[in-house]
Design a protein around this ligand. Structure first.
Ligand code: ZN
Length: 652
């Protein structure tokens, strides 16, 4: 490949850091929208196979306890029970699920025909003729088989008796949503394998009191001094001024004077891959780092990530399953599909779309495999994007994009939920922009525009009106304009020997050229980083939902460390430390529809808590001094986790 071309590809790659989230709203579960289609064809059935990272008794138990069923069955949006659900799992026992979702009333009920613990359940599944379900009134039968696979379980669900394909499709998407919720319910239980990690865990008592900490709760509220947090059963049981909170006699007490407790971060552009040897071959390859990346996220206080695209999506899914099962250490993971991409990007691991039907089919495929979000890439066309967005929304899932061929305003109008990387990559201001084509000048096309001027203000209004979230990834941009600050030694220690040499030689970013003062490009990108900061502030002022991610995929911008750097850059942009932390925690949780469980320090939420030495509310750089990270109430030793990844980034 010619050098010039390389230059171009390299810049394009490097300018592809992060991105997005979405606001989808779905009456999910076996409850989807109505359908008018009826047909009189003979019986139509549905069969779904699914593997769960938990032993068979536990998976079977999800179906036999009303309170547990209530957790996984209720659709997430605008839904509530009209009466407590009943689920009597005994032969002849009844179940009844009565709820309101999206202002429609649903009455689902039936009888257990067969209950063979922990192997099989057969139940009739009916819904009232007034329920807004396709093919109503309905009368189907569901059979669920549970097959032990060592510590895991295969589940085969078969449902018979649909009146039409539409109704079957709605149920397929609905059950898949329920299965994803079941994954979360299973993951809530502290892993049996705590013993296995005992070297890396500092606190594992079922009851813990974190005393005398400064608390930044993640809601944007000012830091509060001398607070006590009580954790019980993996959740926050009490939180308030020390002295006002009852501390049960049995709990382990941890004195956190001089420390700050914050919600675990929700990294919304947090990949599981790292790119080694960028110039080694003509093919770019981006491999997952199943060992080092999950633990570096957790060690640095990131307790939930969205992977925001992968080039090895099955590896992402497997890492998630292993973390859920407790055989890998890492954050809670929301897996994004592979990049949904057209022609143009030189990466062998990508699938090149052949058109809108292929885009739809790709989304459907990865939705079945377990992806919960999708990412459009730089060379996708508008019709392909529209097909992908519509299909994802049919599944109740969200779409983001690292866009180039499509401008942000166009994407908002197509229904995208989130855009990655901010103004930096919005090409709609490029002078040579042609529809559906990524222009040559794909970076920083807004560099000379005034954020308060009409063009950008109207862009912001369009994004806000369409509820399109923006993901900030400034740590990834910063590497174009200056080296990250001196704390880099910790990062260099976890890089493989080869990747450390590459970094020190400055090969990837050609830092020499970038820093010799003569580079006009450097000057332009420096101005663009400033512009990006102004844009993100203006977007939030206008009511936009700003998310944060690390996009750490090469050189010394890597998992976890870059999430902390992103917080520092948000503060540099003019947000208060408390606001920056809200952007990096609660905002992400809201986008993921997880805010009732995670994202802030509130009674009842999961105990995902980052403990740092110092006062990040006064000096945001204290965010780097992580000591202890709780996930579901288990406290991991940050320094030991980082030490355990020494020399591994780029290899494992
Ligand atoms: Zn990225």
């Amino acid at each position: 490949m010619r050098l010039q071309e390389w230059e171009l590809l390299r810049m394009k790659w490097l300018s592809i850091p992060v991105a997005a989230c979405a606001i989808s709203s779905f009456a999910a579960a076996p409850l989807f929208g109505r359908s008018a289609v009826q047909n009189d064809s003979t019986e139509i059935s549905l069969r779904i196979e699914r593997n769960f990272a938990a032993p068979r008794e536990k998976v079977f138990g999800l179906w036999t306890d009303s309170r547990t069923v209530a957790k996984w069955f209720l659709p997430p949006d605008q839904a509530h029970w009209t009466e407590p659900p009943t689920f009597e799992a005994r032969p002849g026992g009844r179940f009844s699920l009565r709820l309101v979702s999206k202002e429609e009333f649903y009455d689902l009920h039936g009888t257990f025909r067969e209950v063979r613990a922990p192997e099989k359940l057969v139940l009739t599944w009916q819904w009232d003729k007034d329920s807004p379900l396709a093919g109503s009134p309905g009368d189907t039968e569901v059979s669920i088989e549970f097959l032990a696979r060592g510590a895991r379980t295969d589940v085969v669900l078969t449902q018979f008796g649909f009146r039409n394909e539409e109704s079957r499709g709605q149920y397929e998407r609905g059950w898949n949503r329920c299965f994803r919720e079941m994954d979360k319910v299973l993951a809530e239980v502290p892993a049996e394998s705590i013993a296995r990690w005992k070297e890396l865990i500092r606190v594992s008592s079922p009851g813990v009191a974190l005393e005398h900490a400064t608390v930044i709760d993640g809601t944007g509220a000012p830091a509060k001094q001398d607070q006590t947090i009580v954790i019980a059963g993996g959740r926050i049981a009490a939180l308030g001024p020390s002295g006002s909170v009852d501390i049960p006699a049995s709990v382990e007490r941890v004195n956190l004077a001089g420390h700050t407790a914050l919600p675990g971060l929700v990294g919304m552009h947090d990949h599981l891959f790292y790119v080694s040897n960028f110039f080694h071959t003509d093919d770019l390859l981006a491999h997952d780092m199943p060992f080092s990346y999950p633990r570096l996220y957790l060690a640095n206080g990131v307790t939930t990530i969205r992977t925001t695209a992968s080039f090895e999506p099955y590896a992402d899914l497997e890492i998630k399953r292993k973390v859920d099962a407790g055989t890998l250490i890492g954050p809670k993971i929301h897996v994004t599909s592979l990049c949904i991409e057209g022609e143009g990007y030189p990466l062998t691991q990508l699938h090149v779309l052949t058109g809108p039907e292929d885009a739809r089919r790709t989304v459907e495929y990865w939705a079945r495999e377990g992806a919960t979000s999708f990412k459009l890439y730089t060379d996708v066309t508008r019709v392909e994007a529209k097909a992908a967005i519509d299909e994802a929304h049919r599944w109740g899932l969200t779409v983001t994009g690292h866009l180039c061929s499509i401008g942000f305003r166009e994407a908002a109008e197509l229904g995208i939920d989130n855009v990655e990387h901010g103004l930096w990559v919005d090409t709609e201001f490029a002078s040579d922009k042609q529809p559906d084509v990524c222009p040559a000048d794909y970076n920083a096309s807004a560099v000379d525009l005034d954020v308060n001027g009409d063009a950008i203000q109207s862009l912001i209004k369009t994004l806000v009106d369409h509820h399109v979230a923006v993901t900030s990834t400034m740590a990834a941009w910063e590497q174009f304009v200056s080296s990250p600050p001196a704390a880099i030694q910790q990062v260099l220690d976890v890089l493989s020997e080869n990747d450390r040499k590459v970094y020190e030689a400055g090969l990837l970013l050609d830092r020499k050229k970038m820093t010799d003062g003569s580079s006009r490009e450097k000057e332009r990108l420096t101005r663009m980083l400033k512009k990006e900061m102004e844009f993100e502030r203006a977007f939030v002022r206008a009511g936009g939902l700003l998310l944060a991610g690390s996009d750490g995929v090469f050189e010394a911008v890597i998992a976890g460390f870059a999430d902390q750097r992103e917080l520092e850059l948000l503060v540099q942009a003019g947000f208060t430390p408390e606001q920056a932390i809200q952007i990096a925690s609660l905002n992400g949780a809201q986008f993921l529809k997880e805010a009732s469980r995670i994202g802030s320090l509130e009674v009842g939420k999961q105990a995902d808590i980052m403990i740092v030495k110092g006062q990040p509310a006064k000096n945001i750089r204290d965010i780097e001094n992580v000591e202890l990270v709780f996930k579901d109430g288990i406290g991991y030793d940050s320094k030991k986790l980082i030490a355990s990844a020494k020399g591994q980034v780029g290899i494992h």
